[in-house]
Design a protein around this ligand. Structure first.
Ligand code: NI
Length: 187
């Protein structure tokens, strides 16, 4: 990956960006496609990575930091210093397998809430990388789950919208101080 967007995987005392939480309307907007991967986008990517590592996250989408652009960063191996994160600009799921996987998900915008979500176990995604080059990737497992979760953010959808056990969902949200009215179920 380009040195321009590479950051050290460490926690900063003052992360550059503020992560917005469930109930905040910025999380419900549809993000706009990025026309050109310029210096401004690279700066955003760098700051998103620093913010994600500082918050112990494995994924972050631009709407979570109130930037209405189709940019996501993902790193399922945050403890592997030498492994670069994935940067996906204008990502779209081009194929989804029939097999469904159930994973316990969480979100930096909904701290302390972890619940099961069903999603396709394998997907193919197309996107632009940090050089602006078109890319295509087939993924499974945690990475497939994480990428789908982050792409949802670009469409104003949060993982809690996909939780089927609404009784447990309401219980967990209430317990951690979130309004159950902030959920927009898609199941
Ligand atoms: Ni999230």
């Amino acid at each position: 990956m380009t040195a321009e967007v590479l950051v050290e995987k460490k926690k900063l005392a003052k992360p550059p960006l503020e992560i917005h939480r469930l109930g905040d309307r910025v999380l419900r907007q549809s993000a706009k496609r990025v026309a050109k991967v310029d210096g401004e986008i690279k700066q955003l990517i760098r700051e998103m990575l620093q913010t994600m590592y500082s918050a112990d996250g494995i994924g972050l989408a631009a709407p979570q930091v109130a930037v209405n652009k189709q940019v996501i960063v993902v790193d399922c191996e945050p403890d592997e210093a030498a492994k670069p994160p994935l940067i996906l600009i204008n990502p779209t799921v081009t194929q989804a397998g029939r097999d469904i996987a159930i994973n316990q998900e969480g979100c930096l915008s909904i701290p302390s809430v972890y619940l099961d979500v069903k999603r396709p176990a394998a997907i193919e995604v197309s996107y632009k990388d940090e050089y602006g080059r078109p890319q295509r990737l087939s993924v499974t497992g945690l990475l497939a789950c994480c990428i789908q979760h982050e792409i949802d953010h670009l469409h104003g959808v949060l993982f809690v919208d996909r939780v089927e056990n609404t009784l447990l969902l309401d219980q967990e949200l209430t317990k951690h101080g979130f309004s159950t009215k902030a959920v927009k179920s898609v199941t």
